[in-house]
Design a binder for this molecule. Structure first.
Ligand SMILES: C[S@@+](CC[C@H](N)C(=O)[O-])C[C@H]1O[C@@H](n2cnc3c(N)ncnc32)[C@H](O)[C@@H]1O
Length: 251
């Protein structure tokens, strides 16, 4: 998922990329952002995409740095926020150290640590952390590997409930698993066309602790089943599929 990939996706970003604020069943992300908000604080949205978080960030923080390496997505983000005067856009590769004019109070990084390459993910996390002031906060969202496994077992159980023999239901989902999960140990999956890293809670926590940050809270951002299963039965309930939200701080 390099810059050229994201430039290509830009035209269909809204239909292909999860609209997190709209799909978050419990409003966990917007509540967390509001808890962090202050008109005295500077926030940066690292990997801002087409800017879906920028209106809320602009409304509740003093100023916003919006950073992405895709020029096409940045241009959409600019169009979306023409009325906001406190957003500065930066075209930059987060793998390299980022020069912002100020240190940041709150770093937001939502579904950006997706590369299967651990060195790329570590460099991004390091740069996002370096941009923070002391005692600054990091709000990180990553896709959860446990959620994918939970989805597979839910599909099996749903098909059994609908009358399939368990062994047939397992075999059917096993075939999907073998196609999608290219590295079970690394949590690398191909859900669309690109290999993508999914994170266990322990793996993302240790990546954050490795940056010298302290973890304040880990939450789930829950989504409707329709995000994961086509024609999901209406009565399919909790636990819903989720992303991990981690709130951490620089000592
Ligand atoms: C799944 S999208 C998420 C966008 C946005 N945070 C959201 O939640 O809607 C991932 C974004 O990260 C950006 N990105 C990925 N790797 C990057 C890198 N190395 N440098 C800058 N941006 C990057 C992509 O261009 C894309 O906009």
């Amino acid at each position: 998922m390099d810059q050229a990939y994201w430039d290509r996706v830009a035209g269909r970003f809204d239909s292909e990329v999860l609209k997190i604020l709209e799909r978050d069943r419990n409003g966990t992300l917007s509540r967390t952002l509001r808890d962090l908000a202050s008109k005295r604080k500077r926030v940066a949205d690292f990997g801002c995409g087409n800017g879906s978080l920028l209106p809320i960030l602009s409304a509740v923080f003093r100023d916003v740095s919006a950073i992405d390496f895709s020029r096409a997505l940045l241009s959409q983000a600019q169009t979306r926020t023409t009325d906001s005067r406190n957003i500065t856009f930066h075209q930059a590769d987060l793998v390299r150290p980022i020069e912002l004019p100020h240190k940041i109070d709150v770093s937001v990084c939502v579904n950006v640590l997706l590369s299967p390459d651990a060195i790329v993910r570590e460099a991004i996390l390091e740069n996002v952390t370096r941009a923070l002031k002391r005692r600054g906060k990091l709000l990180l969202v990553v896709p959860a590997y446990e959620s994918l496994l939970h989805t597979y077992t839910t599909i099996i159980q749903t098909n059994v409930d609908l009358g399939d023999r368990r062994q047939d239901a397992v075999l059917e989902v096993q075939a999907v698993y073998e196609e999608e999960v290219v590295s079970p140990l690394e949590g690398t999956v191909v859900l669309g066309t690109e290999p993508t890293k999914l994170h266990t809670r322990e793996s993302i926590e240790s990546a954050i602790l490795d940056q010298g940050l302290r973890i304040d809270r880990v939450d789930r951002i829950e989504y409707p089943w329709s995000e994961m299963i086509d024609d999901a039965p209406e009565d399919l309930g909790a636990p819903y599929p989720w992303d991990w939200l981690v709130l951490a701080r620089k000592p």
